[in-house]
Design a protein around this ligand. Structure first.
Ligand code: MN
Length: 244
C-alpha cells in the first residue's frame, strides 16, 4: 500500500503510526507544512526504508512564516521530495495570494536548480494559478497534485503539463471527487490519505486506510481490489523512474 501524502507528524502518536505502517510494509510520503518541521519529522522516518520525508511550506502558512523560506532553501538538498507546497484560494487565504505565489514559484525555481524534485502540491480553489506557475517552471520536477478539485479544463491542462494526481478516501467519497478521478488518466494516479486532515465517515484517516481508496477505485474502474492495487503499484514504480 502506498500513501503519497500523509501528515505523520500531526497524529497524536506519530511513532506508533510509523510502526504500524512499517509492519504493514507501507510506502509513505511523510509531508510537512513548515520548514522548521523538517527536523522532527524526518527524524521519525530515519532508517525506515519505505518512508520518505518531504520538505514543505504549506500555502496556508506562508504569510505567517515567510522568514522560514531561508531555512527551506538550506534544507532542500536533503531530500528529493518537496511538499506540501502550492496555493490556496479559499476565502480566508485569498488575501495572501501574492505571497503564496511568490513562495511557490521560488520553490519551483530552487527545485529546478537542484535538478528537479517530486512535488506534492495543494491547489484548493487555485488550480489555474498553480498550473500557470508550473507552466513557467517545467523543469522543477514531477508535480503531483494532491486532492485535486479544479475544473475539467484545468484538469486537461494539468495532464498536458505532466502532472500526476494523488487521490484518497475523502475525495473519492463525493460525487464530484469521483467524477474528477474518472477523468484522470489511470496511469498517473497514486493513492493518499492526507491524514489526519483527511476524514472519512467522521473518522480521521490513518495511512493504512489506503485500503478504502483502493476499494473505491476498484468500484470506479469496475475491476477487482487486487487489480486496482496492481495499477497503483505499477504507477508508483513508473513514478519513481520519472526523476532520474
Ligand atoms: Mn495535506
Amino acid at each position: 500500500m502506498i500513501d503519497l501524502h500523509c501528515h505523520i507528524d500531526l497524529y497524536d502518536d506519530p511513532s506508533k503510526v510509523i510502526s504500524k505502517c512499517c509492519s504493514e510494509k507501507m510506502y509513505l510520503l511523510s509531508v510537512t507544512t513548515t520548514p522548521k518541521a523538517w527536523f522532527g519529522t524526518s527524524a521519525l522516518a530515519s532508517k525506515k526504508d519505505r518512508i520518505r520525508t518531504s520538505l514543505g511550506f504549506h500555502p496556508q502558512l506562508v504569510h505567517e512564516r515567510y522568514s522560514e523560506l531561508e531555512l527551506f532553501d538550506m534544507l532542500l538538498c536533503k531530500t528529493r521530495y518537496v511538499g506540501e507546497i502550492g496555493m490556496d484560494g479559499g476565502i480566508e487565504f485569498k488575501k495572501h495570494v501574492s505571497i503564496q505565489k511568490q513562495v511557490f514559484e521560488h520553490i519551483l525555481q530552487k527545485s529546478k536548480l537542484a535538478g528537479g524534485k517530486y512535488l506534492s502540491i495543494h491547489s484548493r480553489l487555485a488550480a489555474s494559478e498553480v498550473l500557470s506557475s508550473l507552466a513557467k517552471y517545467p523543469d522543477a520536477g514531477i508535480p503531483i497534485l494532491h486532492w485535486y478539485s479544479g475544473s475539467s479544463d484545468e484538469l486537461h491542462l494539468a495532464i498536458k503539463l505532466g502532472c500526476w494526481f494523488s487521490v484518497g478516501p475523502a475525495m473519492l467519497a463525493s460525487k464530484k471527487g469521483k467524477a474528477i478521478v474518472n477523468a484522470m488518466p489511470r496511469e498517473r494516479i497514486i493513492t493518499e490519505t492526507d491524514g489526519p486532515f483527511g476524514i472519512f465517515r467522521g473518522r480521521k484517516l490513518m495511512p493504512w486506510d489506503i485500503k478504502i481508496a483502493l476499494d473505491q477505485l476498484s468500484q470506479l474502474w469496475n475491476c477487482s481490489f487486487q487489480e486496482a492495487d496492481k495499477i497503483i503499484n505499477d504507477n508508483f514504480k513508473m513514478l519513481l523512474k520519472e526523476l532520474k
